[in-house]
Structure formats: C-alpha cells, structure tokens
Design a protein around this ligand. Structure first.
Ligand SMILES: [Zn+2]
Length: 245
C-alpha cells in the first residue's frame, strides 16, 4: 500500500504526542469546532485516544448523525460515460469535517470518510483497481499527508482491491480552495495537462475506480479519467466522499 504521510509529518506527530505525554494539557480544544473539552471528560475515555477521542462530545454526536446519502452523477470522459457515486452531501457540518481533515491535520476522521465510501458498495460499477486523485505536490509538502490517499487506501483494502498511485499531479495547485463559483469548462481548461498517468502497468486494460474528496463540477474527475484512458485504462468510474449540491 502506498504511504500517505510525509516523513516530516510523522516526526512532528511523534514529537507532539511525546510532549503531550510528558506535559498533559488541561485545555484541550476540539480540533473540529474549537470547543474546550473538559479535562475530566478527556480523561474518562483514554481508550478512545487517537481515534475520534480528540473530538468534543458535540462533534462526536454530530458525526454519528451525519446521513449517508448515496447519489449518482453521470459524467462523460474521453467520449465514455463515467458514473460517480457520492456518499455525503457537502452541507455545513460535512464541510467543517472535510476542512478539519484536509487542512487542519485532524487525520483521526479518516475512518469516518472510509466508512462513508464503503456505503457506496454496489452503487459503483465493478472495478479492478482503486486510484486516488493525487494532491498537488506543494499541498502535500505543506500538509504532510495525502488526505485522499489515506482514505482511498483503506477503502481499497476494505473492498479487497489494490490501491495504485497511478496518477501524478504536475506543478503547483494554482487554484484556490473554492471551486464553487467556477463553471465546469473553465475548470477543465485550468486542469488540462495537470494529471498524467504514472503507473501504466497498474491501469492498462483495467477497470479503474477513482477516489476523490469533494465533487463540485466534476472537472477534476473528468481530467483524471482522460489521463487514465489515454494510458490504456479499460473503464473509469469514481466514488467521492461528498458532493456539492
Ligand atoms: Zn467539536
């Protein structure tokens, strides 16, 4: 399985955990909503540390109530139909969760997104290999982990499929966080040539299931699918954690 963390992220995490162990803090903030977590509550669930344990009771409860709503979107890539199955709707709380996971290093929420993706089982066409949409190299260096790869590799494991980093992203991310205001043709022009096939043997003649975090216009998925078809993929469909409505 490909590695999702950079070495510097792993070192920083180790140092932080060691410091927390030596100097336990009484003022712990929930990494999702920034509420103060009462110390007696934090101490009462040592078994959950490292899993969802860093989240406040409010966010843990909200997380359990997030509705999984599997939906389909039909796109076209390289003249062929592409089915996209989404697990969540990108509403206020899901957006907060994805931002905390993607930008604020709350990697503990990854299993939640993996199980959301698993709920699309049967809703996406059969596949031979899972391919994550790659994060731009500058973003990967900045964050220290590839948030899509992290979820895609455990999703693939649960599906009994190999996970291959068969795409590479060239250059810097360039665009901003928000794509919602941009129309699809403009996004397609911006993304043209940004993705290239990096591992031909993993995808040639295979049915590929792309994995990405959020689908807005679908332009990223279409661009990735074009690169995969160009490299000889047999079919390309996709699953995403959340869809912007
Ligand atoms: Zn919270």
């Amino acid at each position: 399985m490909p590695r999702a963390y950079t070495p510097s992220f792993l070192v920083q995490r180790f140092v932080r955990q060691t410091l927390n162990w030596i100097f336990p803090s009484n003022d712990e903030l929930c990494p999702v909503c920034s509420r103060l977590i009462p110390p007696e509550f934090a101490e009462s669930r040592p078994g959950k540390r490292g899993a969802m344990g860093r989240l406040c009771a409010f966010c843990q409860q909200n997380l359990a109530l997030v509705p999984i709503r599997v939906q389909h979107t039909r796109l076209r890539a390289a003249g062929r139909p592409m089915m996209v199955a989404s697990a969540l709707v990108y509403d206020h709380f899901v957006r907060t969760l994805i931002r905390a996971y993607k930008y604020d290093r709350v990697v503990e929420i990854a299993p939640f997104f993996t199980s959301a993706l698993a709920a699309t089982r049967g809703a996406h066409p059969p596949a031979d290999v899972v391919v994550p949409v790659p994060t731009a190299p500058d973003r990967l260096r900045m964050r220290g982990y590839d948030h899509v790869l992290l979820v895609a590799s455990s999703f693939a494991r649960a599906e009994g499929l190999p996970c291959a980093r068969a795409l590479a992203r060239l250059g810097t991310s360039g665009h901003t966080r928000s794509q919602t205001s941009k129309d699809k043709s403009r996004r397609l022009r911006e993304l043209a040539g940004q993705f290239v096939a990096a591992d031909l043997s993993a995808i040639r003649g295979r049915r590929v299931l792309l994995v990405d975090d959020v689908m807005t216009t679908g332009a990223t998925l279409v661009t990735c699918a074009q690169a995969l078809y160009g490299a000889g993929a047999g079919a390309v469909h996709a699953v995403v954690m959340a869809r912007v409505e």
